[in-house]
Design a protein around this ligand. Structure first.
Ligand SMILES: *[C@@H]1O[C@H](CO)[C@@H](O)[C@H](O)[C@H]1NC(C)=O
Ligand SMILES: *[C@@H]1O[C@H](CO)[C@@H](O)[C@H](O)[C@H]1NC(C)=O
Ligand SMILES: *[C@@H]1O[C@H](CO)[C@@H](O)[C@H](O)[C@H]1NC(C)=O
Ligand SMILES: *[C@@H]1O[C@H](CO)[C@@H](O)[C@H](O)[C@H]1NC(C)=O
Ligand SMILES: *[C@@H]1O[C@H](CO)[C@@H](O)[C@H](O)[C@H]1NC(C)=O
Ligand SMILES: *[C@@H]1O[C@H](CO)[C@@H](O)[C@H](O)[C@H]1NC(C)=O
Ligand SMILES: *[C@@H]1O[C@H](CO)[C@@H](O)[C@H](O)[C@H]1NC(C)=O
Length: 632
């Protein structure tokens, strides 16, 4: 369903204009029979701009393409996003009249929604070479009469409700070079005779409900360059015969029910650029023969049952730049040879996903080609390989067993790493000082580790590019930094860090751009400095569960504030001034009960009201946002 929606979305984008009708100047005027057929077709649909120019009595060759004899040769209709609906009280098969346009060679219907099946009357369109339809909402089976369209070169029908199996008659269309029937409800096995379509270069049945094993005879469609059977219910093993497809560039069998191992024979399909087997139940390991695929750019076997370790010959791939092995049963360590993957000429990066396996041991420090590495949810230990800073962009090593803050190697002169997630590991000691040398860092998550020494380094907070720092759930047991620095951070999460001591008046001046600040669940004491009101961009402020005391400062300058939680402190005195928000009825002063700031309280009523109790709960300034979370 998701895929279908994506398809639809892409098309809606291209349907910005409501009408586009090809026109051509021809000598002979429109053939009267064709002219009548077009008017019949138009009459079957509710009035719509699309057919606005199809005026009866005018030369039809002014709104569709005709040949020199005045016969209609080509029709392209791009309807608006709502489609052109047929009249609901119409009887008979909608669109049948087009069958009278026997000279038609090309029929393109985008967003023209039919009501019912593909008209069998179209069997007369024996000169048709292109039938291209998107969002036509045809229902029912593909009629066997499709076999009469002997000259069809391209049959492309995307997004609809076609059901039943692919009719045997389709095998009569031996001139087909493209057969793409995607995002429909087709089911059953492929007809055996499909092997007659020897001219097929592109064959896609993605997003349907086809089942049974993939016929080994597909290996005889030697012209195939593109084969896409993803998102179906195919079962059984991957036929080794597909290795005979000597022109094949893309093979996608993802999201089926395929079992068995990946056939070594695929290594013979030397033109392959992209292999996608995601979301099956494939077992075994990556056959070494695949490294013979010199053009292979992307190999994706995520979400399968691959076992054993990542083979060392992984480095022998000549042009592989994207490797997906997430969610398998891989064990052993990550071999240093994985660093042999080449930077893509096209994307300029190497992309590797290894998450959700049982990989263990230290990461190798050979990863200077890697742009993105996602290796979360493994059992990796040791330290961070700094080679990932050479070409790195985004690295996720969260949910592992990394257990030292000492990195492997040295920080390169011009680091590139932007996003680093080391959360949920077991790194002890002080916050790693090497982080402060990776000047390119933009987003760091080092939460949920065992950091237990020293302050949050000023040099880290002051990294010029740093926008987001998540450091919660560690055991620093130390005060806040006091030295002079300015930070570009907009998002700072320091909750549950065992921070001690007071907050100096100067502290908030260091973070002029903050939008999100969470310092909850610490042991901070003393006053909340009034300088907090300098953080004009704040929309989330959580200081709850500390030991802050005194008066809450005036917060009325924080006009964007959407979440404020000061509960679990020792505040006394007056309720803070807070921005009045959207609802600003002048509330009368009243004494507030213990459950002050329950979610429904109009904010204006909170302002400057004498208040005897501790602030117990969140003040929700805009009711709507009370329970929202802001994760980044
Ligand atoms: C049904 O058909 C009649 C006659 O063609 C037409 O006038 C009427 O508008 C149609 N009703 C709908 C709902 O399309
Ligand atoms: C179909 O195409 C053939 C060959 O191009 C041509 O001779 C014939 O006239 C066409 N048929 C019609 C009905 O135009
Ligand atoms: C497609 O057609 C069916 C009936 O054939 C109708 O129920 C459904 O609403 C139509 N869908 C769209 C998107 O037009
Ligand atoms: C990438 O580019 C280099 C130099 O431009 C070229 O030698 C190499 O063959 C290219 N690799 C691929 C896989 O296209
Ligand atoms: C903040 O970013 C700007 C560029 O956006 C940069 O010039 C400045 O040096 C940065 N500030 C700090 C403290 O690094
Ligand atoms: C406010 O903070 C307290 C303690 O940190 C927490 O238990 C409570 O759920 C928070 N309230 C809201 C509405 O987020
Ligand atoms: C909270 O701070 C007060 C002083 O403001 C102190 O007496 C008290 O012990 C602190 N409580 C805790 C739990 O730290």
């Amino acid at each position: 369903m998701l895929h279908l929606k994506a398809h639809v979305a892409i098309f809606f984008l291209s349907l910005a204009t409501t009408v586009w009708i090809t026109t051509a100047q021809k000598q002979a005027p429109c053939n009267p029979g064709d002219s009548t057929a077009l008017q019949e077709f138009k009459a079957e649909f509710q009035d719509n701009d699309v057919f606005g120019s199809w005026l009866s009595g005018t030369n039809c060759c002014s709104f569709v393409e005709c040949n020199s004899g005045g016969r209609v040769e080509s029709i392209t209709i791009v309807a608006d996003r709502y489609g052109v609906y047929p009249r609901l009280n119409h009887t008979g098969v909608v669109g049948a009249s087009l069958g009278k346009l026997t000279a038609l060679k090309s029929l393109t219907l985008i967003g023209v929604r039919f009501y019912g099946p593909i008209p069998t009357a179209w069997k007369s369109l024996t000169n048709l070479t292109l039938l291209y339809g998107v969002l036509n909402n045809f229902t029912g089976k593909i009629p066997p009469e499709v076999g009469k369209l002997r000259n069809l070169d391209k049959l492309q029908l995307y997004v609809g409700n076609l059901e039943g199996s692919l009719p045997v008659a389709i095998c009569q269309l031996t001139k087909l070079s493209r057969l793409e029937i995607e995002s429909q409800l087709l089911s059953g096995p492929l007809p055996r005779c499909i092997t007659k379509l020897v001219n097929l270069q592109s064959f896609s049945l993605k997003d349907n409900r086809f089942s049974t094993p993939i016929a080994s005879s597909l290996g005889s469609l030697l012209s195939l360059q593109y084969l896409n059977l993803e998102n179906n219910h195919f079962s059984g093993t991957i036929p080794p015969s597909l290795g005979k497809l000597s022109k094949l560039q893309t093979l996608s069998l993802s999201n089926n029910r395929l079992t068995g191992s990946i056939p070594a024979e695929l290594g013979k399909a030397r033109t392959l650029r992209e292999l996608n087997f995601d979301g099956n139940q494939l077992s075994g390991t990556i056959p070494s023969e695949l490294t013979e695929l010199q053009e292979l750019d992307s190999l994706s076997i995520n979400n399968n049952r691959l076992s054993g370790s990542i083979p060392r010959y992984i480095g022998n791939f000549q042009s592989l730049t994207s490797l997906g092995l997430s969610s398998n049963r891989l064990t052993g360590s990550v071999p240093p040879e994985i660093g042999g993957l080449k930077v893509s000429n096209r994307t300029g990066t190497v992309y590797i996903t290894l998450d959700h396996n049982s990989l263990s041991g230290n990461l190798p420090n050979t990863l200077s080609n890697v742009g993105t590495l996602i290796a979360s949810y493994n059992r990796l230990s040791g330290g961070f390989p700094l080679s990932l800073c050479v070409n790195g962009y985004s690295v996720d090593l969260s949910h592992n067993l990394l257990d030292t803050g000492v990195p492997i190697g040295t920080v390169p002169a011009n680091p590139t790493l932007r996003i680093l997630d080391l959360s949920y590991n077991r790194i002890p000691g002080p916050f790693p000082s090497w982080l402060s040398s990776v000047s390119s860092l933009w987003n760091i998550d080092i939460s949920n580790n065992q950091f237990n020494v020293g302050k949050i380094p000023d040099s880290l907070l002051g990294l010029p590019e740093l926008d987001t720092l998540k450091a919660s759930n560690n055991k620093l047991l130390s005060p806040l930094p006091t030295s002079e620095f300015t930070s570009n951070l907009t998002y700072l999460d320091l909750h549950s860090l065992q921070l001690t001591g007071g907050i100096s008046e100067k502290f908030f001046y260091k973070f002029p751009k903050l939008q999100y600040l969470d310092m909850s669940k610490n042991m901070l004491q003393g006053a909340l400095p009034s300088s907090i009101a300098q953080l004009r961009s704040l929309f989330h402020l959580d200081m709850s569960s500390n030991n802050l005391s005194g008066k809450v400062p005036d917060l009325s300058a924080l006009e964007g504030l959407q979440y404020l939680n000061l509960s679990g402190n020792m505040f006394q005195g007056y309720v803070p001034s807070i921005p009045s928000g959207e609802r600003s009825s002048p509330g009368s002063a009243q004494e507030l009960p213990d459950s002050v700031a329950n979610f429904d309280l109009a904010p204006s009523k909170l302002v400057n009201v004498q208040y005897r109790y501790y602030i117990q709960q969140t003040l929700c300034i805009r009711k709507h946002f009370c329970r929202s979370t802001y994760s980044r």
